[in-house]
Design a protein around this ligand. Structure first.
Ligand code: ATP
Ligand code: MG
Ligand code: MG
Ligand code: MG
Length: 478
């Protein structure tokens, strides 16, 4: 089943059950405290927190998401993209647990002929929070109790990290079979390879008081209890398409195949090359979708994340042996693969591709220009008897020549020279703190602290940690 068809079925399923279909919001987060939209609920935060009355009691959407924190996983697990789509259904003080579980079950296991997804009911393993007997009982209507697992705070509880709404959640896992690991259910599968998490149902049930971390009192029931769910579209697609991971689905695989052709390698022949090809396919798609939503490459914030994604794709191709410009070969393939769901990409492609190709060109020039400075610095370091580049040199390569630190580290290693990375990081931090202080001074104070803290607790600070993730990951791969 094509990804676009799964999306259509999802929306239709919930529309038939009284939900208003809401188009995806932009990847540029409508919530000012986040760089990117990281989950389907982000556009609905005002309704979920009660800050604004919901214009409808039930809604459903397929939301474009970017999670930079998952970048280290891309290509290595089967299920993490920097860009992905989250199918969601939402209840604003309307239905609650029993219906949320029922609707999810009906879609996941409903027959393909009747509009369902036709997954094998015997392979479904739900998890519920430790003491959530209500969710457990609701699942018992469909699943034998030995396949319903109770899990603790870390896996099955949602909270903002501050006083306000909180509650248990229930996750739906699909057993991919014994060839992917030992049995026993999601609670004993640390990799998530065998029991694939496909859907998270969050029950916003309680009012919580102040407290540290997971230690806080429950003050009582919320006056309006909400449902917030998120199903990974690519994860379901890879199950239904009979492929091994989300980079091999119809919306991503064509780029992977084209990259393999360009590099003259056979996908599946070598693990390291496969990871790189999956990274390329993922990052090219993320770049396409981010530029499509108006992000342009730059040195901070969203622009920096986009820049790193594009450059990492280009560099990965270089490491696969391709020295020519690669985005003109790969981006149109990604556009075509995504156009069933996002037909607007075609009309906007002249602009999108212009931005992407210019970035690749800039990166190639950077590599050429920075390499001269780099060679001088390395020559000096070797002469000085302590073959190490200072933090200041690495910083200057980065700041003046746009030389990414992972590239510096990699090239230094090739020359047998070390880099004062912590010195570099301290200088980066100084620069960011300055930028942040400037941004703070400019802001008007309209940030929703509650939403911010909730997402912060769930995803960590999206912007700055992502730099580290990008850096570490590129280096590991590089
Ligand atoms: P995981 O534990 O696999 O990292 P998660 O618990 O972080 O997933 P949620 O925050 O619960 O994910 O998001 C809801 C759903 O969105 C998940 O059940 C999954 O199907 C999907 N999803 C989350 N992150 C990604 C990603 N990086 N790429 C693709 N799908 C994702
Ligand atoms: Mg995750
Ligand atoms: Mg999870
Ligand atoms: Mg989850």
């Amino acid at each position: 089943m094509q990804t676009a068809e799964i999306r259509r079925r999802f929306l239709e399923h919930f529309e038939q059950r009284g939900h208003t279909v809401v188009p995806s919001a932009s990847l540029v987060s409508p919530d000012p405290s986040l760089l990117f939209t990281v989950a389907g609920m982000v556009p609905f935060i005002p309704y979920l927190t009660g800050r604004e009355p919901a214009p409808y009691p039930r809604a459903t959407s397929v939301q474009k998401c970017v999670r930079t924190l998952d970048i280290e996983e891309v290509g290595k697990t089967t299920r993490h993209g920097t860009f992905f789509q989250m199918n969601g259904n939402f209840s604003f003080g309307d239905y609650f647990k029993t219906e949320a579980i029922q609707y999810a079950w009906e879609l996941v296991t409903g027959s393909v002929a009747d509009g369902g997804l036709g997954l094998d009911p015997e392979r479904i393993w739900p998890t519920v929070y430790l003491d959530d007997d209500e969710a457990f009982a609701a699942w018992r209507a469909y699943v034998p109790e030995e396949r319903i697992q109770r899990r603790g705070m870390d896996d099955n509880y949602w909270s903002t990290g501050a006083p306000g709404p909180a509650g248990p959640c229930s996750e739906i896992h699909y057993d991919r079979g014994p060839e992917f690991g030992p049995g026993g259910g999601p609670a004993v599968d640390p990799t998530g390879d065998r029991y694939l998490e496909i859907w998270n149902l969050v029950f916003m049930q309680y009012e919580r008081g102040p407290g540290e971390g997971k230690d806080f009192p429950i003050l009582g029931d919320l006056p309006k209890q909400n449902i917030d769910t998120g199903m990974g579209l690519e994860r379901v697609a890879y199950l239904l398409q009979g492929v091994d991971n989300m980079y091999e689905i119809d919306e991503v695989a064509p780029v992977l195949r084209r990259a393999a052709d360009l590099a003259g390698v056979r996908y599946g022949a070598d693990h390291e090359a496969d990871v790189r090809l999956r990274v390329v396919a993922d990052h090219v798609r993320s770049g396409l979708m981010l530029i499509g939503d108006g992000v342009t490459p730059g040195n901070e914030g969203r622009g920096y994340i986009l820049r790193r994604l594009l450059r990492r794709a280009v560099r990965s191709m270089k490491l696969l042996g391709v020295d020519e410009a690669t985005l003109p070969e790969l981006l149109p393939v990604s556009r075509d693969a995504m156009s069933a769901s996002y037909p607007e990409l075609a009309g906007d492609f002249a602009r999108i591709s212009g931005v992407a190709y210019a970035e690749e060109e800039a990166f190639r020039r950077t590599l050429t220009a920075g390499t001269a400075l780099f060679d001088t610095a390395v020559g000096q370091a070797k002469q000085s008897g302590t073959p190490a580049l200072s933090g200041a040199q690495a910083f200057s390569l980065h700041d003046t020549y746009g030389f990414p630190i992972d590239v510096t580290l990699e090239m230094a290693a090739e020359q047998g020279v070390t880099v004062d990375e912590s010195g570099f990081r301290a200088l980066m931090k100084e620069q960011r703190d300055r930028a942040r202080a400037d941004a703070r001074a400019k802001r008007t104070g309209s940030v929703d602290v509650l939403a911010y803290r909730r997402l912060l607790s769930e995803f960590g600070p999206t912007d700055w940690r992502a730099y580290d993730a990008l850096r570490t990951d590129s280096r590991v791969l590089g």
